[in-house]
Design a protein around this ligand. Structure first.
Ligand code: MN
Ligand code: MN
Length: 476
């Protein structure tokens, strides 16, 4: 092209074109009003309470049911006729939950789903966890989900979960959360003796087999007998929970960080806490459906278990429970379940990584999500060339963009770090495999999977607004 002959454009034209044709990126905070920020801060007070109350999938499901019942949700009954506006829930084994509001059009044009998960990385007990060694008593653990093991040493831990005795009766345990209650910890070597350990890589310095939880150090007072330290602790456990050592075999005990969620920063703009992944999407999805009256389409909030270990298992998203539930709703309206699922749409409500300037080299700055820039919409996740992802269609992405923009909801898009930097998946693909339109939408997180993850309050609130808009929208 001969540049000589081109007329030079005026500067004002460049400004105009830039505005019209290019993406302009400002910090999300500058785009919202003080009133909206105040609403976000208020919303997050409820969220912090939820975090402290719901550190395991069972506790989150319990919370979800309790909140839902307060606003009129009742247990789903197959075969019953439901009217528009009726609210039901399906409790799958106390570890996964579906909340549903029947729409004006029922399932005629498919259902609208927000699906989050309520399990988080943690330390589970082994079947035979209890042992004594060198006059100390410990629990052996098997970690759950993707953790950096060194992060789980020398922090206060609390014991949560359920133990079912041989006769089927059970005891729920939650110890180390209330003031005055004992807490627990995984020990680490003192730096003075850490010369050899310090030469190891992060992956090797703390071994999975060494994630043992310290639970006692006094023996039974006796002249003879063996295992007196272990015996003393088991005796105390028996007094408190009426269980014997063998009962651990039928237990689901999780050791989780004992600290509470708190504001982070002088501006209190962020929240630090355990289990943002994925309770930071679960809570907005619960709140969205609790505040959704008479939607056009039937709407569902799904809280799944097992996401952190691949979504398999009957309470995971790879189980048929969602398919069965939608099928039941369809059949009760005389509709074909397959047709209903094909017309359904879903937001896979899971977190994404937020850009961390301290580890900038792990991210591709143009395609990253940032704190305070709103809820993240991810067309795809996965790793090694988009493996393990459903990849939303261009059409559905456009629909979601349109919806969020029409409601003035702050949102952003990005990828999980650099190509070939690693990656990760969500429940999106399991739902997409039912022939449902799915896109990932969630809150960006700093220090994901650590005991103290960080999110921005504004993003949490925008996730709530996004899920609510998706439920209430007539066009989507
Ligand atoms: Mn997640
Ligand atoms: Mn995760």
């Amino acid at each position: 092209m001969n540049t000589e002959n081109q007329t030079k454009v005026e500067e004002t034209k460049v400004d105009e074109w830039t505005k019209e044709f290019l993406i302009s990126r400002k910090n999300g905070f500058t785009e919202v009003t003080d009133e909206e920020v105040a609403k976000a801060d208020a919303f997050c007070e409820g969220y912090k309470m939820f975090l402290d109350l719901s550190k395991t999938e069972r506790e989150a499901v319990e919370f979800g049911i309790a909140q839902a019942e307060k606003v009129g949700f009742v247990e789903f009954e197959y075969g019953k006729t439901y009217q528009a506006g009726e609210k039901v829930y399906y409790n799958n084994r106390g570890k996964a939950l579906i909340l549903a509001v029947i729409g004006e059009d029922g399932c005629n044009d498919g259902v609208r789903i927000a699906a989050a998960h309520v399990d988080s990385p943690r330390l589970d007990l082994k079947p035979y966890p209890l042992y004594e060694a060198n006059e100390m008593v410990l629990f052996k653990t098997h970690y759950y989900g993707g953790i950096k093991k060194y992060q789980w040493t020398t922090i206060p831990l609390a014991m949560h979960g359920r133990i079912v005795r041989r006769d089927g009766t059970y005891v729920d345990i939650r110890l180390g959360e209330e003031p005055g209650e004992p807490q627990f910890c995984v020990t680490d070597l003192l730096p003075h003796l850490g010369t050899e350990q310090m030469t190891k890589t992060l992956a090797k310095a703390i071994e999975g087999e060494n994630l043992n939880v310290l639970i006692g150090s006094r023996p039974v007072r006796a002249e003879k007998g063996s295992n007196l330290f272990k015996l003393n602790i088991m005796k105390l456990i028996h007094e408190k929970y009426d269980i014997v050592e063998e009962d651990f075999i039928s237990g689901e005990i999780e050791f989780v960080p004992a600290f509470k969620a708190s504001d982070v920063g002088f501006d209190a703009s962020m929240i630090g806490g355990y289990g943002h992944d994925d309770r930071v999407c679960a809570y907005p999805a619960i709140e969205a459906i609790l505040h959704c009256d008479k939607p056009k389409h039937t709407v569902l909030t799904v809280l799944a278990d097992k996401e952190e270990v691949g979504s398999d298992g009957n309470t995971g998203m790879n189980s048929a429970f969602l398919r069965y539930f939608i099928g039941d709703l369809a059949k009760m309206e005389g509709l074909d379940p397959h047709a209903v699922m094909t017309k359904s749409k879903c937001l896979s409500a899971d977190v994404t990584a937020a850009f961390d300037p301290t580890y900038a080299s792990a991210y591709e700055p143009t395609n990253s999500c940032y704190l305070n820039n709103g809820v993240g919409v991810m067309k795809y996740t996965g790793s090694r060339g988009k493996s393990g992802t459903s990849d939303a269609s261009a059409e559905f992405m456009a629909e979601v963009r349109r919806l969020l923009d029409s409601k003035n909801i702050l949102w952003q898009t990005g990828e999980l770090g650099k190509v070939d930097g690693g990656g990760g998946g969500t429940v999106a693909m399991y739902i997409a495999n039912l022939n449902i339109d799915v896109v990932d939408m969630g809150v960006p997180v700093i220090s994901m999977h650590s005991p103290f993850e960080v999110v921005a309050k504004l993003d949490v609130y925008m996730a709530y607004r996004a899920f609510k808009a998706f439920f209430e929208d007539q066009s989507c």
